[in-house]
Design a protein around this ligand. Structure first.
Ligand code: HEC
Length: 102
């Protein structure tokens, strides 16, 4: 049996911007999107590879503009992050999401 280990091909290190995005993701998003620590009935979708699909889990287009809108305005049980991120932090978060979660 052949076992493929995900991520075995070497990946380039995170850029400083992606690393900042990773930090923000870990602090602000992962507890829901990875751990669902609030046990929400609507399980927060896995954000890994978010931009590899043309559509977001809801069916909305997977664009920077739409993801930024969801983050700023919230969606369903997801809270709005209005005024929580500077433009620079938002760009870092998007850069990290674009690279897949690694
Ligand atoms: C309190 C839990 C919670 C937190 C914190 C949270 N989310 Fe969510 N998120 C959700 C839930 C629940 C959904 C599903 C919303 C729906 O489709 O009704 C969701 C959906 C999404 C979607 C998909 C939207 C779509 O149209 O399919 C994206 C992208 C997303 N979140 C990004 C983030 C990012 C980035 C962060 C951190 C800045 C974050 N979320 C923080 C709960 C959370």
């Amino acid at each position: 049996m052949v076992v493929l280990i995900a991520g075995c091909h070497s990946q380039p290190a995170l850029t400083p911007q992606e690393a900042e995005g990773q930090h923000l993701y870990e602090v602000r998003c992962a507890h829901c999107h990875r751990d669902n620590d609030l046990a929400l009935k609507k399980v927060p979708p896995d954000l890994n590879g978010l931009f590899r699909n043309p559509k977001l889990p809801s069916g909305a287009p997977a664009t920077d503009a739409e993801v930024t809108r969801v983050i700023l305005q919230g969606k369903g049980m997801m809270p709005a992050f209005t005024n929580r991120f500077t433009q620079e932090q938002m760009a870092a978060l998007l850069a990290y999401l674009h690279g897949g979660l690694r």
